[in-house]
Design a protein around this ligand. Structure first.
Ligand SMILES: C=C(OP(=O)(O)O)C(=O)O
Length: 297
């Protein structure tokens, strides 16, 4: 018999609890869709607040460390002219003062703001910002030194699991521990075709690691994220953009403001619809019951 899993301890992120029966913690993944522009970043925070999200997220890198060697000198055409991939990575980073401004702007709108630090200095950078949590990007699952630095912060950690084998995930979880861990099922194909979504992994991860599990989506549209919530995802993260045709690698598989607002509207309905899995006769059924049932037991 299946029933709602209430044994798994919820994880607190700031003033939010992530767990079964709690509000789904919706994260607007700004990532690098701001293209290094503070005004765009603030507009994406506005979009998230207006849509009813719980948090916005950025990606924080020290490009000299986190950019793969064979990518650094490749020339890339950008809105700011042709430049090396490494220079481009620097062009889309914000500094401490800018993060401070963005995090307090998000807080003024009732949103948490945090990042996936892609290297150890970025962990310290986000710690100096007082981030409520840190996320492990799928690409970093096997970076055990980074995971150790994240565990040492004592903050709740959100571990994404795209492009990873179950053995790699086991090792990451061993390093992070399970006491303050939220995991996210993800498949890192951009955009994600439905046949690669493998949504039953939400249950698999929850059963295997006994921690709250969410979903980080890269699909087009809303259905797959909504189905993840129906399967018990306690958090949903989606890339957001002002306009899918903007320049940047993640823009095309992001949700625009209207789509993100629709997603959250539907998630809030699903939260109510999920119930507790305990059979009961609802007040609304009483009139149909007396009208339609012929034999009383
Ligand atoms: C790439 C990221 O997320 P995910 O692996 O969940 O797609 C990230 O958070 O930086």
């Amino acid at each position: 018999m299946t029933s709602v899993n209430t044994e798994i301890k919820p994880v607190a992120i700031g003033d939010s609890l992530l767990g079964t029966g709690q509000q789904v913690y919706v994260i607007g993944e700004i990532g690098i869709n701001h293209n290094g522009d503070m005004e765009i970043a603030k507009q994406l925070i506005d979009v998230s607040a207006e849509a009813g999200a719980n948090a916005v997220k950025f990606q924080k890198r020290t490009p000299d460390i986190s950019t793969p060697m064979d990518m650094r000198d490749k020339i890339r055409s950008t809105p700011w002219g042709d430049m090396t991939y490494l220079d481009y990575r620097y062009r889309v980073e914000f500094d401490q003062a800018q993060y401070k401004e963005l995090i307090s702007y998000a807080a003024s709108k009732g949103l948490h703001a945090f990042a996936s630090p892609w290297d150890i200095p970025s962990v310290h950078f986000m710690e100096e910002q007082g981030a409520v949590t840190h996320k492990v990007a799928s690409a970093s699952v096997t970076d055990i030194e980074l995971l150790k630095a994240l565990a040492e912060t004592g903050k709740p950690i959100i571990l994404s699991t795209g492009m990873s084998t179950i053995e790699q995930i086991d090792k990451a979880v061993e390093t992070l521990g399970t006491s303050n861990l939220v995991m996210m099922h993800a498949t890192s194909t951009y955009p994600l075709p439905p046949e690669e979504a493998n949504l039953r992994m939400v249950e698999t991860l929850r059963d295997r690691y006994q921690v709250p599990v969410g979903y980080s989506g890269h699909e087009r549209g809303l259905q797959i994220s909504l189905a993840a919530v129906a399967l018990g995802a306690v958090t949903v993260e989606r890339h957001i953009t002002l306009d899918r045709t903007m320049w940047g690698s993640d823009q095309a598989s992001s949700l625009e403001p209207k789509g993100f607002a629709s997603l959250i509207r539907d998630i809030r309905i699903l939260e109510q619809a999920m119930g507790d899995g305990v059979k009961k006769v609802f007040p609304g059924e009483l009139a149909p019951l007396s009208r339609l049932r012929r034999v009383d037991a």
